[in-house]
Write a protein of this length. Structure first.
Length: 79
């Protein structure tokens, strides 16, 4: 069990790291509904349409989402 000071430090840290969680709690308190969380953001890239079509077919055959596969490649590149 955390002491009062430890709990305040912990809560402050959570608030700084995850402000959207606290905003959701406030929204729930006001409306009784939990808002949908979106952890991912949309970005725009310019990519060769022929390449995208081939990639789409590849992903459909493998049963994976295109964005998931792109995320995997980005993680590999920056590791």
């Amino acid at each position: 069990m955390l002491s009062g000071k430890e709990m305040i430090k912990f809560t402050d840290r959570l608030l700084k790291e995850n402000p959207e969680v606290f905003e959701a709690l406030i929204e729930f308190e006001k409306t009784g509904r939990v808002p949908k969380f979106t952890y991912k953001k949309r970005y725009n890239f310019t990519i060769d349409p022929e390449l995208v079509n081939k990639f789409r077919v590849f992903c459909e055959k493998k049963g994976i989402k295109m964005s998931t596969r792109i995320e995997q490649h980005i993680r590999e590149d920056i590791a």
